[in-house]
Ligand binder design. Sequence first.
Ligand code: GAL
Length: 701
Amino acid sequence: MKKLLTLLLLSIFSCSTESPLLQKKLSTSFFNEANPITLGCYYYPEQWPEEEWNRDLKNLSSMGFEFTHFGEFAWALLEPEEGKFNFEWLDKAIDLAAKNKLKVILCTPSAAPPVWLVQKYPEILMQNDDGKTMQHGSRQQGSWSSKIYRKYIQKIVTELAKRYGNDQRVWGWQLDNEPSHYGFPYDYNAASQDAFVQWLMNKYQNIDSLNLRWGNNFWSQRYSDFPEIRIPNAKELVQPANPHALLDFQEFTNQQRGVFLREQASALRQIISSQQFITSNYMMQMPHSDPWVNKNDLDFASYTNYPVNSYSEVDNGDLGFRLGSGRDLALTHDFHQSVNGVTGIMELQPGQVNWGHYNAQPQPGAVRMWAWHTFALGAKFICTYRYRQPLSGNEQYHQGIMQTDGVTLSRGGSEYAQAIKEMNDIKKVFKADSSPQQKVAIWWDQRSMLDMYNFPHNRNWSAVSELYRYYESIKSFALPVEFINAAPDPKHYPVLLIPSIQLVDDAMIAQWKKYVEAGGTLIITPRSGQKNRDGHLWKMKNQEKIKELVGASILFNDHLPASKKAQVTMNNKTYEWNSWGEIVNLQNDSASVKIMATYSDQFYQGKAACVSNSIGKGKVFYIGISSTTGDFEKEILKEAFLHSKLEITELPKYIYQEKRGNLTITVNYSSEEFELKIPEGSKIVLGEKVLKPGEVTVWME
Ligand code: GAL
């Protein structure tokens, strides 16, 4: 009871000023409001001789790191035999960390089940879409749906909580490790199959309802009872799976991850002190990521980021492959911060990694720039991965803060030392901003995103790329972003982007309308409103659900061969498009509607491609095309920002700028020098007016 009351009081007094929409539970109480950032580093005591632990933790601490992170892959050492726990080594490591003034983040070890568990219960293992069962010998092979696996996790988590849950040296807890299944997001094992059928029974109650909502009269797909249903699996189907079945299976998978984490969180919550936080370190795996599922289980969602990794599309000139993507780092941050209003980065790359197609060395300065960029975005902590480069095991070529001798700083290590020193200096002049910052809101709806990801309609059009492109354009105006899923107050969020929200219901549309009537600027992009939440096309004309918002009808969409470009004209300027065009038709009596752009060619030449519509105190912009370079959408965004009186700064590509408290931080991910234009009277407190690639400048007005 006392604990409950403390939780309640903390939740009332801990609301952050950084995000007006989201009411935080405990989040900011774990962080000192006046201290913008705390830096830490992963350490694996179990991977190094015990006589080196003190030396390493001492060196880590003397570099200025304030916390360390233990234990996420140590199950086999914590419970070497079933029910026989060995915490002595961890006791010693925590003790040494504390002696060296380092707080500890402890992690639940569910990502690496020990071999005895797998041998005793092989049914806990995941199965891939080829029907192959994963085996012991790597990590993350456990099935979220296996109740046996989850029962054993409960046991070890409870033991850990009993031992460390009221230990003041432990700052907080991370659940699992990057809860995803890396490149293979779905589990097809028997436990997953059973749980999916059960999930469908709960959702649909009777098979007739499922048949109807999955459209199962199509191609004779009807079922007569739930147990006949198999997980949709492209590998065993001649043609693509039923789209509604696939969408449900994806949603089920997210919910299973939710259950998997929720059970761990509640095992901890029953025992641990309210001074310790609970988080998980999500990996961005769009569109499969959905940290919102565990919003109420976690104090905040944290995330991992490895900017130089050879997987993301980085076209920022000659040095792009060494500087990484500032857009991806920022989007990952904003996405996870949006869950509970506070976040930190749990893993940030310290140097060359081992798991890319090839593994480029980051540009000198890049590691420091990523740390500063993360600071700028508002992270409360940065934890870098990892302290020592491993001499054996799966990640031998992964650089750490120290080189392979364990005592010589790596290049990235030196950049961390520099960043820590600089951040400590900046803290002396930093002042947190107590007034809420106006932000651009992006509506986040994973189900819509998945539906278009599964069936893009045009394989040259991608819902995920579109989202990233819009995000990048917003950031090019130096504006802060928050992802939301309930219409916000236009005072705090003057612009709301609806990025191809294909699956809508009346309640969503009513919220958007209310937002506009209250003075908000709504930007709606192609495909929005086409289907209902089950993924059925509406029994009405194309996209008619959003006709009132758009102020016009959207007649149909068109796609062109990859080799062909068509044009639209806006303000006498032409823009190219190719992958997606929606043909908008105005009613004669729509005085509130203004045509912003028209098609310059094709059989619908002269028809509208983009319109604006005034409703109440606000305005809707409907963008009907995906332009080839994104320049068209950027013009509309600019118009919307100016219309809603947002203060913008136009930045060249790959330059990012954020305001945090009294500081403005600019980082250069481009391959060219960039000259800052700072207002008269401003003072540079770090860096130079001209930023070379990979450099940072911090200034105050
Ligand atoms: C992360 C993972 C870590 C480590 C790291 C190496 O994705 O969470 O455990 O493997 O990659 O870069």
